[in-house]
Write a protein that binds this ligand. Structure first.
Ligand SMILES: [Zn+2]
Length: 92
């Protein structure tokens, strides 16, 4: 006879790991050649998640000033349909 152990739903504790590497400081502050513009999708893409959400400052590592500008640029880009508001309509 053997008894089955419950497969660790309660006891198991997966170690939480941060998925985003922490970047110290703001990349716009570090690199002055990078500009925040609603037309610069290459730069903005980095600050938009796959689902079309704006990546929070905690993760992007931007400083407050640049995060605000990025935010504004993304919203502007959305308005003229350069970026999606949400990536919900395509097949998941
Ligand atoms: Zn900055």
């Amino acid at each position: 006879m053997y008894d089955k152990k419950p497969a660790g739903a309660a006891g198991k504790r997966p170690s939480v790991r941060r998925r985003f590497s922490r970047r110290k400081g703001c990349r716009f502050c570090a690199d002055s050649t990078m500009k925040i513009d609603y037309k610069e999708l290459r730069n903005l893409r980095y600050f938009v998640s796959e689902r079309g959400k704006i990546v929070p400052r905690r993760i992007s590592g931007n400083c407050a000033e640049h995060q605000r500008k990025v935010c504004e640029a993304i919203k502007r880009a959305r308005n003229i349909a350069l970026l999606p508001f949400m990536a919900g309509h395509s097949v998941d």
